[in-house]
Design a binder for this molecule. Sequence first.
Ligand code: C2E
Ligand code: MG
Ligand code: MG
Ligand code: MG
Length: 275
Amino acid sequence: QAKKAGRNTLSFFDPAIQARVQARARLEADLRQALPRGQLRLHYQRQVDADARVCGLEALLRWQHPERGMVSPGEFIPLAEESRLIIAIGDWALEATCRQLARWAGEPAMAGLTVSVNVSPQQFHEPDFVEQVEAILARTGAPARRLKLEVTETLFVHDRDDARDKMLRLKAQGVTFALDDFGTGYSSLAYLKRLPLDQLKIDQSFVHDLLEEEASAAIVASTIALAESLGLEVIAEGVETEAQRAWLTTHGCQAFQGYLFGRPVPASELMIAVA
Ligand code: C2E
Ligand code: MG
Ligand code: MG
Ligand code: MG
């Protein structure tokens, strides 16, 4: 009996777990301060066409933590989602992207580029999300047709009609939509024909395994074919090698994003030649 209780006590007050819970709580408290203290930044990663010409950019959040240095979105986005901080953070990212888009509208090398920004489901399902985007576009003067919103399949798991309705209202303004991390979610393919999407983004995990694993190659080839038959653009994410790019090109993919073409960098470090 004593032994049993001891074991329960042990698992309940496991110092390793407790330390992890505390570290998380601290990080969440810090994240709450990140926006007011101006610690968030956007980096931009280029997207290129078959001729390696830049055709778009993706805005990606960075958190410059005062003690930890750069904290990656893989670490703080899940935390932001659990604490609902993602709504304020996502709105900030959207507004910062639009401010940058408006600046670029006056530069010949940049004016034609579409900039994608990631939108989390919580942010999208806010009742006034469409009005928020409209207000941001009006405030910044960014051209709506240059703004692409990246959503994931999880957006369509709950309240799919709400998502569709909002997409249609935003599309009427000129905003376009990409489906990010395609193939990694749970939803059925049926939604693809009902939603006003413009682009499918092949998830980087499939691209990564493309040349080593038949299943990944099959998934990528089918995604490219699916996009084509549905009239959607397709872009491969996480392209790191020339061999991957060549395989993708052979299979009909015309747009690429990945370290092979450039890492995400601050706007000031983007070097893009006039086409
Ligand atoms: P994502 O939207 O799928 O973005 C692509 C991620 O792949 C980025 O990671 C990018 O830096 C990384 N990447 C690009 N090329 C390569 C490559 O060749 N190899 C490898 N290994 N990785 C590559 P990052 O910047 O760490 O962002 C991670 C995720 O965080 C994003 O995945 C997105 O889901 C989320 N995220 C970033 N910014 C935002 C934002 O403003 N709002 C929301 N809601 N989520 C964001
Ligand atoms: Mg993305
Ligand atoms: Mg992705
Ligand atoms: Mg992702």
